[in-house]
Design a protein around this ligand. Structure first.
Ligand code: UFG
Length: 343
């Protein structure tokens, strides 16, 4: 019998790559997604890659009673991986209530429904944004969290606090919170990848969309930061390395190997690259001269953020192994396929 895992947001960017890893590791997957920022086509792509079509439920997790019903139909599930959330930082600053409602109601309904049905393992899709502006780098999980600049970021911080309260009140419940740094890249098949709706907020899809002519030029937000080339430094991580960490975390919960009922891990490579490093690497990989311009800083950007990866290495036995060029090359292959109309 395969262990069943419920994956909310399983048609999304990180969710779909994780579903593939789960299937490859012999799990049965139930995807719950409202398709608000993803496509049903992803299910066919997952089928094409793995030979398996996961069970799919189209559901808005803000609907508490329907959520409860769906979970009761899958009460044999062993764990929930919760990706479903809105994630556009800029939009969340303009429309905070949408973010608090969507990300927190969905979380609360998911947690309530799973506990009601005796599904006591939970993996949370958190973010390095909970560190705010760090004083010491690389940043370890021991560092205090700070109130993030955006409502989106704050939903991640609040969610972690909700989990703390929950595990303190419930002896049967276990959770792992995974704090992602900057996920980029796509599956090596070129069949799934990041599909931003509208104008991308993030650097990588903006670069690839500029290179295919969908955007006129990339705006580089500031080159007067206290970093070697003046542009901000981030820890970019391949989405497949991230996906793999989720499978390891699920196995850890199922084998009851966790040391505390709530564990938190950074998921990054531990290496920082500047915006100009990423552009240079993209130009190398693609052979294209990218049209870009240095403009004003973007509000809320921190100068540098990269992970200490020691804890994940020690406790999960996990570390990222894809290079920046591999990440960028896979993002580029995905973008080209998408624009060639091959998908
Ligand atoms: N950047 C540009 N031009 C763009 C887009 C981005 O210069 O068009 C720069 C940003 O100023 C920043 C860097 O590229 O210096 C990375 O920006 P991203 O928007 O790709 O990523 P962020 O680090 O701002 O945010 C990411 C995730 C968030 C998460 C955060 C955690 O998108 O979800 O990391 O630190 F909260």
């Amino acid at each position: 019998m395969k262990n069943k895992i419920i994956v909310t947001g399983g048609c999304g960017y990180i969710g779909s790559h994780t579903v593939i890893e789960l299937i490859d590791n012999n799990f049965e997957v139930v995807i719950i997604d409202d398709l608000s920022n993803s496509s049903k086509k992803t299910l066919d792509r997952i089928h094409q890659i793995t030979g398996v079509k996961p069970i799919f439920v189209e559901l808005d997790l803000k609907d508490a009673s329907k959520t409860s019903m769906v979970f009761s139909e899958h009460k044999d599930a062993k764990a929930v991986i919760h990706f479903a959330a809105s994630k556009a930082v800029g939009e969340s600053v303009k429309n905070p209530l949408k973010y608090y409602k969507n990300n927190l109601y969905s979380l609360l309904n998911t947690l309530s429904a799973q506990i009601e049905n005796g599904i006591n393992n939970f993996i949370f899709s958190s973010s390095a944004t909970v560190y705010g502006t760090p004083e010491v780098l690389p940043i370890t999980e021991e560092n205090k969290t700070q109130r993030p600049f955006s409502a989106y970021g704050n939903t991640k911080k609040i969610a972690e606090e909700i989990l703390e309260d929950l595990i303190n009140s419930n002896d049967s419940f276990s959770a792992i919170s995974l704090r992602y740094f900057n996920p980029i890249g796509a599956h090596e098949s070129g069949l799934i990848g990041e599909l931003p709706s509208g104008i991308p907020n993030n650097l990588m899809p903006y670069i690839t969309q500029t290179a295919v002519g969908l955007r006129e030029k990339l705006m580089v937000y500031g080159n007067d930061y206290p970093t070697p080339d003046g542009t901000p430094i981030r820890d970019y991580i391949h989405v497949l390395d991230l996906a793999n960490a989720h499978v390891i975390a699920v196995k850890r919960l199922l084998l009851q190997k966790q040391e505390t009922a709530l564990e938190t891990f950074n998921l990054g490579t531990g290496k920082g690259f500047s915006v100009l490093d990423v552009i240079k690497s993209f130009e190398e990989v693609s052979g294209i001269n990218l049209n870009y311009e240095i403009v004003e800083r973007r509000p809320g950007d921190v100068p540098q953020l990269f992970a200490s990866t020691d804890l994940a290495k020690l406790k999960l036995g996990w570390s990222a192994n894809k290079t920046l060029n591999e990440m960028i090359s896979s993002s580029w292959q995905w973008e080209k396929k998408l624009r060639d109309g091959n998908l």
